[in-house]
Design a protein around this ligand. Structure first.
Ligand SMILES: NC(=O)c1ccc[n+]([C@@H]2O[C@H](COP(=O)([O-])OP(=O)(O)OC[C@H]3O[C@@H](n4cnc5c(N)ncnc54)[C@H](OP(=O)(O)O)[C@@H]3O)[C@@H](O)[C@H]2O)c1
Length: 318
């Protein structure tokens, strides 16, 4: 099969397409003929060596959508020919930028017939992340207001839809060019993250009870300032390794709660994927695919996911 691999750590140019043997599934695994693989910032962290993959050479990619092509002997929930999507690969095991991928059955779920493979792959890692952040950790309820930072990005554009499906009032930060699309996804108040009076604008739109923050080094004090008393902040990312408060007392005064998380720790990934499948089938979750890449363009896709501005997700299609 054809698979993108890196044989050493480095920039996007270490990615190459190799012809390798098709892997066989273990007893609790499925083999998937991959139709689409999501491109996530974390794929680049493994490639660069900031996160350590288990082996080299390594196939990048966490997300997959495709058709089950072989089933391990102890797998009961899937049959050959099932359309599936899933995530959580490319870290402790080989990834998904390939014609076939082997996944533990408990990191996959059925993809509803009406949902395209690219959209399925685009919904997986970011959907599990947003669900875990807003539903499991923040415990968002329908009477509340939720603020999502970076709402045009992969996680953000799915998070605003999950918050909306929960019935919450949704505020979002994003460049002005994406505000119309965000309104179509149900965002009540899209706000330009570049504006100088951003804090006042958020407060005017309604102080958030829960905040999804992907840039903790930039927004921790801001979150404390704009949030309600007892605001719950879920932190999923940062641009520098260190982050802190300039005004701890203000955050203390708010009784701010901060929950840091990694999607990879999700205890029941298949369970969350099934909930996402339900939202996808109901039309309450519409992942947007901004651009599709071939396997030979994987380096361009990984460059773009870090450097370019886009709405939604990038996917690789083998
Ligand atoms: N902990 C976890 O489990 C977990 C899971 C998934 C992702 N993450 C992390 O979360 C972050 C976002 O992931 P992603 O997949 O959504 O990435 P993405 O698709 O590249 O989106 C990044 C978003 O950040 C926005 N942004 C850039 N500068 C900003 C600023 N100053 N203020 C607010 N927003 C800004 C971008 O807007 P522009 O388009 O205007 O540049 C874009 O909307 C990454 O660091 C990723 O590693 C963590």
């Amino acid at each position: 099969m054809r698979a993108v691999r890196y044989h050493e750590h480095g920039g996007p140019n270490v990615l190459q397409v190799d012809d390798i043997e098709r892997p066989d599934p273990g007893p609790e695994e499925i083999r998937v003929a991959v139709e689409a693989a999501g491109v996530n910032p974390v794929d680049t962290y493994f490639r660069e060596g900031g996160y350590e993959p288990p082996t080299l050479p390594m196939i990048p990619g966490s997300d997959f959508a495709g058709v089950v092509d072989a089933v391990g002997e102890r797998v009961t929930e899937f049959d050959e020919g099932d359309r599936v999507f899933g995530t959580g690969l490319g870290n402790d095991r080989q990834g998904t930028y390939a014609e076939y991928a082997v996944a533990p059955a408990d990191r996959a779920a059925r993809l509803p017939d009406e949902v395209g493979f690219s959209e399925g792959a685009a919904a997986a890692l970011v959907g599990v992340t947003a669900w875990r952040a807003l539903v499991d950790h923040a415990g968002l309820d329908p009477t509340e207001t939720c603020l999502v930072h970076g709402a045009n990005g992969g996680v953000g554009h799915v998070a605003v839809q999950i918050a909306g499906a929960a019935g919450a009032t949704v505020l979002a930060t994003a460049s002005e060019e994406y505000h119309d699309e965000l309104r179509e996804l149900g965002v009540d108040a899209p706000l330009d993250y570049g504006r100088e009076d951003l804090a006042e604008a958020v407060i005017e739109a309604g102080r958030p009870d829960a905040i999804l923050d992907h840039r903790l080094d930039q927004y921790l004090d801001f979150d404390a300032e704009v949030g309600t008393q007892g605001v719950r902040v879920v932190g999923i990312g940062n641009t520098r390794p260190e982050a802190g408060f300039e005004n701890v007392a203000a955050a203390r005064g708010k009784e701010m709660r901060l929950h840091l998380m990694s999607m990879y720790n999700t205890p029941d990934m298949a369970g969350v994927l099934r909930k996402l499948a339900h939202l996808l089938a109901a039309g309450d979750l519409r992942p947007h695919v901004s651009r599709r890449y071939k396997l030979s363009q994987a380096g361009d896709a990984q460059k773009a996911v870090l450097r370019n501005s886009f709405f939604g997700k990038l996917v690789v299609r083998p």
